[in-house]
Design a protein around this ligand. Sequence first.
Ligand code: FAD
Ligand code: DHB
Length: 383
Amino acid sequence: MRTQVAIVGAGPAGLLLAHLLAQGGVSSVVVETRSEEYVAARIRAGILEHSSVELLESVGLGARLRAEGDQHRGIYLQWPGERHHLDFVDLTGRSVWVYGQTELQKDLIAARTAPVHYEVSDVVLDPAAARVAFIDKSGHKRILQADFIAGCDGSFGPSRNAVPAAQKFEKVYPYSWFGILADVAPSTDELIYAWHPNGFALHSMRSETVSRLYLQVPNGTDPASWSDDRIWSELSTRLGHGQNGWKLNPGPITDKSVLPMRSYVQTPMRHDRLFLAGDAAHIVPPTGAKGLNLAIADVALLGKALIASLTERDDTLLDRYSGDAQRRVWRCTHFSWWMTTMLHTSGDPFEAELQLSQLRWVAGSRAGATGLAENYAGLPIGY
Ligand code: FAD
Ligand code: DHB
């Protein structure tokens, strides 16, 4: 098989890159180890930044997002006894959208802009030759010969290890997120990020009838060890049920999962003809909702660079890709680390006082609030 760009991984980075390349007149073929049904149903992130929405709209992927997504002006930041609204539109002129990664993934699959080989195995990359070997769904060995490879295979794929002598930065956090999906109308109009002595809690949502909530839990927590009653009771405590008349409405829980948290950055994001994008090159803890948006920002840069190289023989952007992408990667890595360490409790009373002081300043000062808003609503693509 011959194509211009071989894309490894059909997550949001890989499928969006295929879409951007097709719009620029560049062919691609995607290989993916999982089934189409699996990648379409995976429950993950839920928030799109302003510039992610602008980019998706500009390439014809905004219709369902506009119709079914929910535009939010900001978030609530709270700690016991206090809840403050941060209005991003007022502070920065930018908003965010609640639109599940699952929905975006369905839109990307429905667009069908490039052939995707699902359920492949034994994927082997050759960065110097721009060649990807794999076993297809029917058990046949296939060779995909390209001009470039885009490694969009997330944190467990082979691409990141195909960059020799890469510099790797990593921080593992001593807590995880216990996430639930529930068939109940959200108890809030916008997301609530809550500091509490028992640990962080987040009230998010997916639609008018589906809520998404998270609790900070110790690493290694087994979701099965928490009863539904215990989950709702702990969420009520941490989110402040009963304070100033606010109520958390419980409902049937349809999904439970535990997500460990780490920060990881690998540099450079290129080796020979292989380019890394999204989780293949970096992981952020979920606080601040940057993972999906960073994957989108990477492929916005990479798509443009590959199109310039393949259609105009201009490698300037391609040669700059890793450095350009890393600027935003480190900004988001810092923001996610900052949100995480401000909101998750460690049991250390000194740290708790510092966190509360920080929260009061962020919520009470226009300068503090604007800093959070600018990072959360997202810097422009190309920052
Ligand atoms: P992925 O979505 O991981 O896609 C990579 C694809 O590559 C996958 O489909 C995988 O099956 C495929 N693949 C792997 N190995 C191979 C191979 N050998 N050959 C071919 N294909 C391969 N972010 C947030 O902002 N908020 C959240 O709440 C949040 N929750 C998350 C929950 C979980 C469980 C996880 C794992 C991530 C979460 N994230 C969250 C992060 C966010 O979902 C990711 O940043 C985003 O999915 C990155 O997109 P990607 O395309 O780079 O990688
Ligand atoms: C969601 C996930 C996040 O990491 C976050 O900061 C906000 C919302 C979500 O899944 O809805």
